[in-house]
Design a protein around this ligand. Structure first.
Ligand code: DQA
Length: 145
């Protein structure tokens, strides 16, 4: 049975409560992790969270992910829009991945419309705040079915 999910947050997401509340809801990163863990419990999933501001550390976590997870939720922050190393690292991980963004990236600045993850993701959820992570987890469960 597959139920282990690695939830990886990238650059600047650790400082969520200091970012524009209209996009990120004024929530702390610790609270975000708590909520995601709760969604996981409700769905019968085991959640492992990781956050880094270092691209290399994030890539190394992706290299290890298949040792402890069956699927991935990724919110890489601004790396989403330019860090092609992440696209390749997801391919190496070889796990189904759902891209989640708190804000509605497609209705914000043009640079946020590009995602390096487009060709390696199973699905994408954006603009639904914390609840988007629940939807992301449900999508992952569909990917396993
Ligand atoms: C984000 C959207 C990105 O464009 C931005 O750089 C972030 C957060 C989101 O969750 O909405 O850092 O990934």
């Amino acid at each position: 049975m597959r139920n282990r999910v690695a939830v990886l947050h990238g650059i600047n997401l650790g400082a969520l409560d200091r970012r524009p509340a209209e996009h990120y809801g004024g929530l702390t990163y610790a609270k975000l992790e708590q909520q995601i863990t709760r969604f996981g419990r409700e769905l019968g999933l085991s959640i492992n969270c990781f956050q880094s501001n270092y691209e290399g550390a994030f890539v190394e976590e992706l290299h290890k992910a298949s040792d402890y997870a069956d699927g991935l939720i990724l919110n890489p922050g601004a790396w989403t829009h330019y860090a092609w190393s992440l696209r390749d690292a997801v391919e190496i991980a070889g796990l189904p991945m759902v891209e989640v963004h708190l804000s509605d990236v497609d209705s914000r600045e043009a640079f946020r419309h590009v995602s390096v993850l487009e060709s390696v993701r199973y699905g994408k959820v954006a603009g639904k705040g914390v609840d988007g992570y629940r939807e992301g987890l449900e999508l992952l469960m569909k990917a396993w079915a």
